[in-house]
Write a protein that binds this ligand. Sequence first.
Ligand code: ADP
Ligand code: MG
Length: 230
Amino acid sequence: MNDLLLQTDKITKTYRNGKKEKHVLNGVDLTVHAGRLYAIEGESGSGKSTLLSILAGLQKPDSGSVSYWKNGEMVELTSLHENELAVLRRGDIAYIPQTCDMVSDLTVMDNIRLVDYFTEKKGDTEHLSDIMNRLGIAQLADAYPADLSGGELRRLVIARALYGNPKVILADEPTNDLDVHNKKEILDVFSDIIQNGVAMIIVTHDQTVAEKADQRFRLVDGRLSFGDRR
Ligand code: ADP
Ligand code: MG
């Protein structure tokens, strides 16, 4: 299938603290296609954030592979160097962490275009203002993160993720702490993005989010089991 973007094969991950071992992932298989929304649910501590960070190339699995198709060509994430992974994260694979860490002495606008400081290729201002408008934070361009509400911060984190025109977005509980209104706005933005061909994987406890997914999974005993399929 030519819309294949991401595929994992039997990922395992064990955390070790001294003699203590915690087997978090025990063979995770996941196939991700363009233009689809995937929801991953599971108990707290079941390994959802660990899985997302491995998909983002932020940490390596102990065994198994993560393949990404960049312009139709397969790239093996687990064999890339840190600088190559960083390049992928700036463009192709966007990771939206559970917490909204921002650079506190940069404005909203500069936080979004932070990635420009690391690359030769500068993003265009039209794209930047389009994203800020879409997320309803254009009027906050010159404000600082500390001045934003929880909902505004969430939108800022999402704007930063969208700025690199990612093909895959990995979002860790992106609607936590949001009121109904903010949640709806963010979910509408996500729907638009997905319709434009982006694949999105959302870790969530939120049933209204999970119900929107094309495919639902549950992480149990370190493996993904199928949930409802739309
Ligand atoms: P979830 O996101 O589903 O709540 P996590 O992936 O954050 O789960 O964590 C899964 C398990 O691994 C938890 O028991 C957690 O305490 C443990 N864990 C997570 N990160 C680390 C780490 N860096 N070192 C040791 N244990 C960790
Ligand atoms: Mg988590």
